[in-house]
Design a protein around this ligand. Structure first.
Ligand code: ADP
Ligand code: ASP
Ligand code: MG
Length: 812
């Protein structure tokens, strides 16, 4: 014999009931079927009762909904010949219910006893309906054999009596299908209608299953099985094929709603396996909960669950140190008042003890403890009893944790890097569960990041905020779009764009913005792209593994990096302003990244996609010392010097660079050397020298006064230099030399300026807008290291940013 339980999600609609009918009728052996109320009806019964008790007559509309749901189901699925009988029974129950609501509304009072009666109608009606849908089903009334007693205003199962009554009830049952309403029960003494608590139908089924020594308990619901986490919070959660009883018990106790926690114990005691199945997808294998340990090589943790209703109460005082019996008094006092504690944490100093209760029990718990320890509070032996509300508890569970060192380290490291503060934690000596308390606002983030980092999910996710969708930003988005599938397949890396901003608007969406439609999303957005809105948007989303990608050249955007890093957001910048800003700011950002465990990467600040900063970092990390850097770092200037000829004067070459998109929109930024100065400052700093922009000695070829005034004035003035510059070029050409704008760093001394280089110099053959960097180090001394290639262009720059982003995921 098997026991099958169908939850509210499975008996809510005509369509779902067709599945139930088929599943039960396909069973070859004898079955006991336990059903919940139609999905959502228990909530509606409770809501309507509270409404009626305030005298609000709109409760009638909700009552009408309850009536309509049941009538629709009957009309949609009960066989024609039975409709009248079923309608008569249900109409009678509905009328009784309506009368009770009327009574509640008249006397404006709703006792817990009356509410228990009201909620019982859900299962009473559903079981009546389902028993008439399934062939050869006999309806039983669980109020006759599931018995409770009252303890601290709660209904607690009378286990022995219930077991005996179940045996008596079903001992002589020889039919094919027995149908039982879940959840409801009666008080053993008063015979009042009671229940086993919300979600209690699972428990009814387990009690019957254990008492009758059935072969299996099947819990039929609306998901394919027990999943690694709540699928409504973690979209990548997946079905676990096997769990041990202990693992399932731990996960359910800490909030996995799929099975009501007390359900496991009765079947565990009898070693009867539980199978979780999907009513809507019965061919899926489901999850088997049994005493089998499964594969030791498997993942260290099986699942994560959480309770988003936690209050942490802490008792502090020197009077607790070394005093025997304090904890026993705490828990005895709480138990006497029916307050359940689900996590306890005590430091070995014994100076304080913290424990977690539900928010609704918090006040009562503090009161009870203040009474219990009133003497100690007076003498100061206990200095304080404080509640901290609005917290959440998370548990990671898996029997394999026993065999794997370092789980707690990895857990807390991952949480820390994402800025999630652990307020209290506990690990049982059995090592099957580590649970910890955090601020409830960080719950979603914590669950995601743990799921992600323990590779419960098949993929690792990076959540990207891309600011600036000009040439480079647009290119980056298109590269990401093209690579998304490949990265997912080959590197198990999911890049999700959760925020985008252009110069006007910004848009945020934690579920991801489709790259193909980002422009439309930006147009529709009403959020103006001020640095403040962007900063708040990123921080308020409080999403895990987040990366802020700056493809602008804006100083205001560079200003928000500090605050983002402080909130554990990684920053990837094509924007050079922050890394070349005052040295104090540069070191502040760097130090903050170390403190927060995130990254600030800006490889594309110098030489676009060329691996210059990474190379310098690697050399230093492996013990080398950078002595000298000589480089041509301006693609624009190099293009200009390679283009000028007797036919193309300086002014024309500048215009050509501008039109070809090599220069900044305002070419003066390149020509005044500012851009190159910023780059050599960044390289010098990365090489370990303390350098400011003002330290750069500049040997410019255009007089500084030309850079004042408008762009038109500038071009006019530059035309005046054409002849003089042609002479310079010719002079060099006659000596078979080339003009190059060179940046130098020599043990911290930095300079930039025009130089004429001969044929033997590595800078001589430098085509188009290319860059070249010579790095002289202790190791690369006689022959410096040379890095050379495209130093500008949207595509290579975007690729460099992309590479920085991927390096944050550590997948390569
Ligand atoms: P039923 O009406 O069948 O009793 P419940 O709503 O009580 O259904 O439980 C099923 C729901 O539990 C699923 O729809 C899912 O959203 C939620 N859930 C929470 N945590 C988990 C988990 N770890 N695995 C599967 N489902 C979960
Ligand atoms: N109908 C009850 C509830 O919603 C019991 C159950 O569904 O298991 O809580
Ligand atoms: Mg349930």
């Amino acid at each position: 014999m098997k026991v099958l339980k169908f939850g509210g999600t499975s008996v809510g609609t005509v369509e779902s009931l067709r599945h139930v009918k088929r599943i039960v009728e396909e069973c070859e052996e004898q079955v006991i079927v336990v059903v919940s109320a139609l999905g959502g009806i228990t909530d509606l019964l409770i809501k309507t009762a509270h409404q009626a008790s305030t005298g609000d007559i709109t409760y009638m509309q909700n009552y009408a909904k309850i009536v309509e749901r049941h009538i629709n189901v009957i009309n949609g699925i009960v066989p024609q010949e039975k409709i009248t009988t079923v309608r008569t029974k249900i109409d009678m129950l509905l009328e009784e219910l309506g009368n009770i609501y009327r009574g509640v509304s008249l006397i404006k009072d709703l006792s817990s006893r009356t509410l228990d009666i009201i909620v019982s109608y859900g299962e009473r009606m559903s079981s009546t309906i389902v028993s008439n849908i399934i062939e050869n089903a006999t309806l039983f009334d669980s109020r006759e054999f599931i018995k409770t007693e009252s303890q601290f205003n709660k209904h607690v199962l009378q286990a022995e009596l219930t077991e005996r009554l179940i045996k008596e009830t079903f001992g002589s049952f020889t039919g094919k299908v027995a149908l039982v309403p879940g959840f409801i029960s009666t008080d053993a003494k008063a015979n009042d209608i009671t229940n086993l608590g919300r979600g209690g139908s699972d428990y009814t089924a387990a009690l019957i299953c254990a008492a009758l020594d059935a072969s299996q308990l099947e819990i039929w619901t609306d998901v394919d099985g027990f999943m690694t986490a709540d699928p409504r919070v973690i979209s990548t959660a997946y079905v676990i094929d096997k769990l041990t009883f202990i693992e399932a018990m731990e996960l359910c106790n800490f909030g996995a709603k799929v099975v009501y926690p007390p359900t496991i114990y009765p079947v565990f005691q009898k070693n009867i396996p539980i199978l979780i199945k999907n009513t809507f997808n019965s061919s899926a294998p489901g999850t088997l909960i049994s005493d089998e340990h499964g594969n030791i090589e498997g993942k260290a943790i099986k699942g994560i669950s959480s309770i988003n209703d936690t209050c942490l109460i802490t008792l502090t005082g020197f009077g607790m140190v070394g005093v025997i019996g304090v904890n026993s008094r705490i828990f005895a006092a709480l138990a006497r008042n029916g307050i359940s504690v689900f996590l306890v944490s005590q430091a070995s100093s014994e100076h304080n003890t913290s424990f977690a209760v539900k928010n609704c029990d918090a006040e009562e718990a503090v009161k009870v403890l203040k009474d219990e320890f009133s003497a100690e509070l007076l003498t100061g032996e206990i200095s304080d009893i404080t509640p901290e509300k609005d917290l959440a508890t998370v548990a990671i569970v898996g029997e394999n944790m026993k065999h794997t060192p370092g789980i707690a380290g990895k857990l807390f490291n991952t949480l820390g890097r994402n800025g999630i503060n652990v307020i209290a934690c506990a690990q049982g000596a059995s090592e099957t569960n580590i649970s910890f308390v955090i601020d409830s606002r960080s719950l979603r983030k914590a669950l995601n990041v743990i799921h992600d980092s323990f590779f419960l999910s098949e993929t690792q996710v990076l959540n990207l905020f891309v600011v600036g969708v000009g040439n480079v930003g647009k290119n980056l988005l298109s590269q990401i779009h093209h690579q998304q599938e490949d990265l997912l397949k080959n590197k198990a890396l999911e890049l999700r764009i959760v925020g985008i901003a252009n110069s006007k608007k910004c848009v945020f969406n934690r579920d991801g913005i489709n790259i193909e439609n980002y422009q439309e999303a930006l147009e529709k957005s009403e959020l103006v792209a001020t640095p403040e809105n962007i900063r708040n948007g990123v921080i308020d989303m409080n999403i895990f593994n987040s990366v802020f990608v700056d493809c602008t050249a804006s100083a205001d955007i560079a200003d928000i990096y500090g605050s983002l890093i402080e909130h554990n957001v990684n920053v990837v910048a094509a924007n050079k302003i922050a890394a070349s800003s005052c040295y104090n700011n540069y070191t502040y950002l760097k130090n903050m990244t170390h403190k927060k465990g995130v990254k600030f990467l800006f490889e594309t600040n110098v030489g676009a996609g060329l691996p210059i900063i990474n190379t310098i970092n690697s050399l230093i990390a492996t013990g080398d010392k950078i002595i000298k850097i000589e480089a041509v770092l301006s693609g624009t200037l190099n293009y200009i010097f390679n283009t000028i000829s007797p036919e193309i004067p300086l002014s024309k070459a500048i215009k050509m660079a501008q039109e070809a998109g090599y220069s900044e929109p305002d070419p003066r930024i390149d020509l005044c050397g500012k851009d190159v100065a910023r780059k050599i400052v960044i390289l010098a700093r990365e090489a370990g020298y303390k350098v400011e922009q003002e330290d750069v000695v500049r040997n410019l070829f255009i007089p500084t006064e030309f850079f004042e005034g408008t762009l038109d004035d500038f071009f006019k003035n530059v035309e005046g230099m054409d002849v003089e510059f042609e002479e310079l070029r010719k002079g060099a050409a006659d000596k078979n030399e080339h003009l190059r704008f060179v940046a130098r760093m020599d043990e911290g001394a930095v300079s930039i300026g025009l130089e004429s280089v001969d044929q033997t110099h590595p800078f001589y053959t430098l085509a188009g807008s290319n860059n070249v960097i010579l790095i002289t180090t202790e190791r690369y001394n006689e022959y410096p290291m040379v890095i050379k290639g495209y130093g500008a262009g949207a595509e290579v720059t975007a690729a460099g940013i992309f590479s920085d982003i991927i390096s944050i995921a550590n997948v390569r």
